[in-house]
Design a protein around this ligand. Sequence first.
Ligand SMILES: [Zn+2]
Length: 388
Amino acid sequence: MKKIIFLFFCLSFRGISFAQLSDTYYQSIVNNVSYDSVFSNLLNFENFGVKNPGSQGLNNTLNWVISKYSEYGYTDIKIDTFTHNGNYLYNVVTTKTGTLHPDIFVIIDGHYDTVFGSGTNDNGSGTSVILEIARVIKNIFTEYSLRFINFSAEEEGFLGSEHYVTYVVNPQNMQIRLVINIDEVGGVAGYSNDTVKCESDQSYPLSNNAASAAFTDTLATLTELYSPLNTKITNAYSSDYVPFQQNGEIITGYYENNASNYPHTVNDLLINLDTNYVYKIAKAATAAALYFARAYNASAGNQVIQDVSDKINVSPNPFQDKLFIKAGSNNKDYFFSLYNETGQMVMKKELYSNNLINVPPAKSSFYFYLITDNYGGVIKKGKLFRVQ
Ligand SMILES: [Zn+2]
């Protein structure tokens, strides 16, 4: 089982880069995620109309998806073809090759077919997010290869992803680090869409479930660090990650918390979802892509954590059940996040000048904390010991 604690200890041992949950370089890339770009993707997707097998809408969307990757500068764009009821169907498979592990892939996927309507939420939202990640990450170095897959015929029973696993993943003995599936992340217009579900594998086979849980916990932490969204861990089901998890791969995914009633109807439209929510998901998902593919800044080497740490004081150490945090007088918003030994976040609180924090009861053990700014940049981090 992968633990965040392990990553903290490993930071200083890595050569060309290191992966930490909160990173100013990652933040600078996440800042490039554009609301206008996400909105424009959603609008284009909607305008192609219904996208079921054999429809003109599906073919037009296919050509548009390919043209977007091409416009962003990708050259490794492959089409994975299959048939269903006499229709030719196509998965779009776009690869960004990793520098250290070119043969190990982080897959980011979502379907682009729909039923009954334009499917602007299901799954124009996921399609828009995937394209936006691809746009902002194009020229960023990653240690692992990233593969963006836009699947067809998900609505017919995950036919595109099933085909890909059977006819590409297994024959090629493809090594997959993680599959991140993004399906229906539009939220509901008029609601407060402030939470996203991070989905972990809780189905058979059981062999890959613990790893999925660990990656999903990290996905939730990244989401809260790099977007204003809250997270909820839920069961992964009924989308394109299913054929992967059944094949023993490690999966995770995003799904809207306010479940819209519009998918699979003619009213699954832009006006019925929350475009700002999709934009926030795009930021969170970009951070996840950077972190899980281990992006690094080739020109800067290791990132220097902003050092204003002397202005912030966390005491006492060891502590019993209360922590006093003096954050000084600043006009920036700071957040305090506490992680237990297994790397799980046990609390996250906004900080004021002086803060008295009650830590939930637990046995004596080590804790890690991060103090981050509004943008997820790490201001201070440290280790604390709790005594009973
Ligand atoms: Zn869907």
